[in-house]
Design a protein around this ligand. Structure first.
Ligand code: PLP
Length: 425
């Protein structure tokens, strides 16, 4: 558990990408994280790691980052009380942090802005990215257009089909979107395709979209995303006079969760909860609950928990939300899970869909399906707490990208009629 002798915040940012749980014997156990990549990629990664270390302390870089967050993305995002749900559910007071109000509709733009500024400082001209729900790809395409860099985005074919609106936005922004037909045709396969591209074009910059992958990506994306928790601290103190009792975020790879949690890691009174995709249930292949059901392993350049089959190969995953449909989890979250500093749970597809409708009807806010997993858990937890307690939920994205998925679920006949109408000559 957390002790005052080892503040997490300093350990994470100064840890050079290796994360030792307090419970483990540092001399004998393999730390989470690392840089397990083919040799050809090491110089590129080391260049990015050195640039990040330098520029994350450089005043002019940090000023450019802050200004782009404010003027391009629209920070600070709103901290919104949920009075109607607080009343009907009973128990704790509910608030959401509306990351869906960011430009392009999700938190992903924040680490894209940070990384594109770094790529510019490194003189790069071509960006490679992977995407699941399309939000990271959409945000990458937007920053590439704005800062004048060429952009190629890899996307599993299944995600390409189910997140079509984001494919269209990426292409409109001038990006080349490549559907990946290997494996399960989801995020994991897109990551592998992006790495292959990087091996072939080592001069390109790989703009990785979560707190996963080899060092420095988990630390770097946490560093860029930590503005979320910093704003929550200030906004919650202003609104309520105190810190939250619970911070709840969905977990795909872990970037929105680390963005929310980082600021509170050394505040023992703030409980941190990550919600993974419970999919259709906990049978193999039906969910994406890496922490709850995964095993330790090394994949895609880092050591963490991965969903694996009995032979140790990566198992297939399922979630109604493409952004949570991924086999691995941030090595930082793996470490925090082992230490019990972040608790993990799951919400099913059905619970997430119900939470979308509940939040929409009660509070006039439609969350992304990914974020809806965090809401589903918060709605179960709130009635068990007392009215002096505060829950903050990270609304990592807004729901527009899921139009066709949620419409199919809630109004299938209207969707069919609309599709027929659109196809009329
Ligand atoms: C809106 C939204 N929330 C959450 C996620 C999950 O990613 P992460 O765990 O890195 O925040 C995604 C991924 O695409 C997303 O689009």
């Amino acid at each position: 558990m957390l002790t005052t002798t080892s503040p997490y915040k300093a350990r994470i940012l100064q840890g050079k990408g290796l994360f030792y749980p307090e419970s483990a014997d540092a001399s004998s156990s393999l730390p989470y994280g690392g840089m397990y990549v083919p040799e050809v990629l090491l110089p590129g990664l080391e260049q990015i790691a050195a640039a990040f270390e330098h520029f994350s302390r450089d005043e002019s870089f940090l000023t450019d980052f802050k200004e782009a967050l404010q003027h391009f993305s629209g920070r600070p995002t709103a901290f919104t009380p949920l009075p109607s749900l607080t009343k009907t559910l009973g128990g704790a007071r509910l608030f959401l942090k509306n990351e869906g109000l960011n430009h392009t509709g999700a938190h992903k733009i924040t680490h894209c802005i940070g990384q594109i500024l770094l790529a510019k400082r490194l003189g790069k001209t071509r960006i490679i990215a992977e995407t699941g729900a399309g939000q990271h790809g959409y945000a990458t395409a937007a920053v590439c257009a704005r800062f004048g860099l060429d952009c190629t985005v890899y996307m599993g074919k299944k995600d390409y089909e189910r997140q079509r609106p984001n494919v269209y936005w990426m292409e409109l922004l001038g990006a080349r979107v490549v559907p990946v037909t290997d494996g399960s045709q989801t995020l994991n396969d897109a990551v592998i395709a992006a790495f292959k591209d990087w091996v072939e074009h080592p001069d390109s910059y790989y703009l990785l979209g979560s707190a996963v992958g080899p060092h420095p990506y988990p630390v770097m994306n946490t560093f860029f995303q930590k503005v979320v928790g910093e704003e929550i601290r200030e906004q919650c103190l202003e609104a309520t006079g105190r810190l939250p009792d619970y911070c709840i975020a969905c977990v795909g790879g872990g970037s929105n969760a680390m963005g929310m949690f980082y600021e509170f890691l050394d505040e023992p009174s703030v409980q941190l909860i990550g919600v993974e995709a419970g999919g259709k249930g906990m049978l193999p292949g039906q969910h994406a609950a890496k922490v709850e059901r995964g095993k330790k392993g090394i994949f895609e350049g880092y050591h963490a928990y991965f969903l694996q089959d009995e032979t140790g190969n990566i198992a297939s995953t399922h979630s109604v939300s493409a952004g949570l449909d991924y086999c691995g989890v941030s090595p930082i979250l793996a470490c925090l899970a082992d230490d019990g500093r972040v608790q993990f749970t799951t919400a099913t597809d059905a619970e997430a869909l119900a939470a979308v409708q509940q939040l929409a009807r009660a509070e006039g806010i439609i969350p992304a399906l990914e974020s809806a997993h965090a809401f589903a858990h918060a709605f179960q937890l709130a009635p068990q707490l007392d009215e002096n307690q505060i829950i903050v939920i990270n609304a990592s994205g807004r729901g527009e990208k899921d139009l066709f998925i949620t419409m199919r679920h809630f109004q299938e006949n209207s969707l069919k009629a609309y599709a027929q109408h659109l196809l009329q000559p």
